[in-house]
Design a protein around this ligand. Structure first.
Ligand SMILES: [Zn+2]
Length: 331
C-alpha cells in the first residue's frame, strides 16, 4: 500500500526494481501468485452475480472523471444495466442520509461493474471514489436508454455577456453523463503526477523523502468509514487528523481491517511535521477539487455554465435509477 510513506531514495529503489526482474525473483513471484490463486478467487467469487457476458459493456477509463490516470494502464472496466433487484434496493435510498446513499451506490457498483486487470485481480472496490457517481450515471443510461427516468435539470447562464444581452440562456434539459463535472485537479497538484506509478509523488524539501498519495478508492473509503463508526460506537476518541489524510495514502483495501487501520494510525503519529503539513494541504486541495456539477457551454454566449446537482426542481439521486410513477399511473 502507498501507506509506506517514507520511500527509499531513487537509486536504492532502482536496485530493488532490478533485483525484482532477476529470473529467481520472477520465479518466486510466479510461485507466490500461483499460491494465492485459490483465496483470491474466493475473495472475488461473490462479487459478480449471474453475470451474462453479452450484457456487459466496456467503459473506456479515459471517459471517467479521473481519466483513468490512477488505475493500472491495462485496467478494463465493464458495466451492465441495473436489474429489478438493484432498482428495488435503490428505491430504498434515503437521500438525506449519507450512509444510505453510500450503501446504495456501492450495492449497484458491486452488482453492475466489473474491474479487471490482466496483471492482477481487481474489483469494484478498486474504483476511485470520484469515478463512482459517473459510473452509476452510465449504468442508469444503459438501464433507461430512452431517458425513461427523466433526469431533467434547469440550466441557466449567469454570465455577464448573457445578462447584458437581454434574456440570459435558460432551459430545462435532460441530464446526460457527458455533462457531469466531478473533479477538477488543478496544475498545482497535477505537476506531482507520476505516470509510471499512477499516483502523485511529492518530495519533501526538508527531509528529501517522497510522499506518495493517490485518490481514495471505494474500498479504502468504506473501510475507513466503517472504522470511524466502530470507534463512535465504542465511544473511543477519533483522530480526525489521521482520518483526513489516510484515504489518500492507503492504496489497497485488501487486508485493511480495523487492526490494520489502527496500526497505520499509530505509525502516523511518528510522521514529521513537514509530512503532516504536506498531507493535510493535499487533502484540502483534493476536497476542493471534487464537486458534483452539470456543465455545458452556453449556446448564447459560449461561456461555461456550471450547476450543482440535486438543486430543488432538478432530478434527485433517487431518480437516477427509478422511473417516476405518479399515483394516476397506479390506479
Ligand atoms: Zn450565456
Amino acid at each position: 500500500m502507498a501507506g509506506e510513506l517514507s520511500k527509499v531514495p531513487g537509486e536504492q529503489a532502482e536496485k530493488i526494481l532490478k533485483a525484482k526482474e532477476s529470473p529467481e525473483a520472477l520465479a518466486q513471484e510466479k510461485a507466490l501468485t500461483e499460491q494465492v490463486v485459490v483465496p483470491v478467487n474466493q475473495l472475488f467469487a461473490s462479487e459478480i452475480h449471474g453475470a451474462n457476458d453479452i450484457n456487459w459493456k466496456a467503459l473506456p477509463v479515459e471517459v471517467l472523471p479521473t481519466r483513468g490516470l490512477f488505475y493500472p494502464t491495462d485496467v478494463e472496466i465493464t458495466i451492465k444495466s441495473a436489474q429489478n433487484e438493484e432498482i428495488r434496493q435503490w428505491s430504498t435510498i434515503d437521500e438525506t442520509d449519507f450512509v444510505s446513499v453510500d450503501k446504495c451506490l456501492n450495492f449497484v457498483l458491486e452488482r453492475c461493474v466489473r474491474v479487471n486487470s490482466p496483471k492482477g485481480r481487481m474489483s469494484w472496490r478498486d474504483i476511485k471514489e470520484v469515478d463512482r457517481f459517473y459510473i452509476i450515471f452510465k449504468i442508469s443510461e444503459l438501464t433507461f436508454p430512452n431517458g425513461e427516468n427523466k433526469l431533467m435539470i434547469n440550466m441557466r447562464c449567469n454570465s455577464e455577456a448573457c445578462m447584458t444581452a437581454g434574456e440570459p440562456y435558460s432551459e430545462k434539459l435532460r441530464m446526460t453523463s457527458s455533462m457531469l463535472q466531478i473533479i477538477d485537479i488543478d496544475e498545482s497538484l497535477m505537476k506531482f503526477y507520476d505516470p509510471d506509478k499512477r499516483l502523485f509523488v511529492v518530495r519533501s524539501k526538508t527531509t528529501g523523502k517522497e510522499i506518495e498519495f493517490t485518490l481514495p478508492t471505494v474500498g479504502v473509503s468504506s473501510k475507513i468509514k466503517s472504522n470511524i463508526n466502530t470507534k463512535r460506537q465504542k465511544e473511543e476518541p477519533i483522530d480526525w487528523a489521521f482520518y483526513k489524510v489516510s484515504p489518500y495514502v492507503i492504496s489497497d483495501w485488501k487486508g485493511l481491517d480495523d487492526d490494520a487501520i489502527e496500526a497505520m494510525r499509530i505509525k502516523s503519529l511518528g510522521w514529521n511535521r513537514d509530512m503532516i503539513l504536506h498531507m493535510s494541504a493535499i487533502a484540502d486541495k483534493m476536497e476542493k477539487a471534487v464537486k458534483l456539477n452539470a456543465k455545458m457551454t452556453c449556446p448564447k454566449c459560449n461561456e461555461t455554465i456550471n450547476r450543482a446537482l440535486f438543486f430543488r426542481g432538478d432530478f434527485s439521486i433517487k431518480d437516477i435509477l427509478s422511473i417516476p410513477i405518479g399515483l394516476d399511473d397506479l390506479v
